[in-house]
Design a protein around this ligand. Structure first.
Ligand SMILES: Cc1ncc(COP(=O)(O)O)c(C=O)c1O
Length: 398
């Protein structure tokens, strides 16, 4: 029997999760596999956050939570936006969900009519496309070129906008490219978006704490304050505090949008886990030093990977300015038995025991993505294997 609806048939399960499952199965079968597929911090959640969750459970915070998020956590989110981003929200402009992913899902579910268009900036986080599709929206891809730092250009944005455009999804620092928008980049996009008042803007800032080389982080709503009634700012604790398993994300935006998203959430999950919300509260209000500790480690690993890739003929990598990924151009190595990036990553897994994600997943064929959220020794070992495997392919490459 065919159980899936036609809408569901447009959706692919998370590619990086699938690759990770395959890598784990190979490892369980005794094969030596290094998993560079999944994008999650390799650090443990700081102890004071775990302790706060424990205490909350013992205090009896074990009942259905407020659907929109506990009052305490929403107040902490309001403070976080004021402290870190200079943004002012009231508590009823904030929603807490099961990860940033559900914030995005709630927003799309609340606002898309069948056929509504959503602009995605390739390379993009693959869940964007799948969330839009399953709801009956139409993903519209704008290609962001490597020569322009993988940043969305306002002329390209404007030529993709139609009367059906509902959203443009922005993500800085970006998964998978590591591109970081500066204030002036957002200002240019804001100028274009002022000409199209029917378009909403989702700014996914989940990698906020991971910006390299002393560059400042820019939040779209702070750069374009006159557009705040059209902006949903999305963030969460998964990446900043090594809390991917706790499943807490949050969004802030216009009150009416947040109310509609809360209605969606009330029927999907009745809100996020009360104990995980207590943990997120401790993360946002407690010591923030882990963010800098993690950032320093990711920058060191970015440098490590950049150094190795520069020495491998046939591969090129544009310096990722943030997040913990490297989107590597392997197009010079493709052809013959390895015609595309999907075949390349399959070959890499087989020939070198390296699990990576093909760029086509992010609508960027000819590339593959590795996660650098892996300890330095493992990354060094992985780079050695990559160099050795590629050397067997790239004899003709100068
Ligand atoms: C760009 C981007 N947004 C959102 C998410 C989802 O984050 P969360 O774990 O909070 O659902 C991810 C996770 O990989 C991501 O890369």
């Amino acid at each position: 029997m065919d159980y899936a609806t036609s809408r569901l048939k447009t959706v692919k399960a998370s590619a990086s999760a699938a690759i990770s499952v395959k890598a784990k199965a190979m490892a369980a079968a005794g094969q030596d596999v290094i998993d560079l597929g999944l994008g999650e911090p390799d650090f443990d959640t700081p102890a004071h956050i775990i302790e706060a969750a424990h205490q909350a459970a013992l205090r009896g915070e074990t009942r259905y939570p407020n659907t929109q998020g506990t009052a305490a956590l929403r107040a902490a989110v309001v403070d976080k936006f004021r402290r870190d981003n200079g943004l002012t929200f009231a508590a009823d402009q904030v929603i807490v969900s099961n990860g940033a992913k559900q914030v995005i899902f709630d927003a799309m579910m609340a606002t898309l009519e069948p056929g509504s268009e959503v602009i995605l900036c390739a390379p993009y986080f693959d869940s964007y496309r799948n969330i839009v599709s399953v709801i009956g929206g139409v993903p519209v891809t704008v290609t962001c070129r490597v020569e322009e730092g993988f940043l969305l250009q306002s002329a390209d944005l404007e030529s993709a906008i139609t009367s059906k455009t509902r959203w443009v999804l922005l993500n800085s620092p970006s998964n998978p490219s590591g591109a970081v928008y500066r204030s002036q980049d957002f200002a240019a996009l804001g100028e274009a978006l002022r000409r199209h008042p029917h378009v909403l803007i989702l700014s996914d800032e989940i990698y906020e704490g991971i910006v390299f080389d002393g560059a400042p982080f820019a939040s779209f709503a702070a750069v374009c304050p006159d557009l705040t009634d059209r902006v949903l700012t999305v963030n969460g604790v998964s990446k900043a505090y090594a809390m991917t398993g706790w499943r807490i994300g949050y969004g802030a935006g216009p009150k009416g949008l947040i109310a509609a998203m809360t209605t969606v959430q009330s029927q999907i999950s009745s809100g996020a886990c009360s104990i995980a919300q207590a943990a997120a509260l401790a993360a946002l209000t407690g010591p923030q030093d882990c963010i800098e500790t993690f950032r320093t480690a990711y920058q060191r690993r970015r440098d490590l990977v950049m150094g190795h890739i520069a020495q491998i003929p046939g591969l090129t990598l544009r310096n990722p300015g943030g997040a913990f990924y490297a989107l590597i151009d392997c197009s010079a190595l493709l052809g013959g038995d390895i015609p595309d990036d999907v075949a390349f990553t399959a070959w890499l897994l087989k020939a070198a025991g390296l699990a990576t994600v093909p760029g086509s997943v992010y609508e960027t064929p000819g590339y593959f993505r590795i996660s650098t959220a892996t300890d330095d020794a493992t990354l060094t070992r992985a780079m050695g294997r990559l160099a050795k495997a590629v050397a067997t392919l790239s004899k003709d490459i100068p």
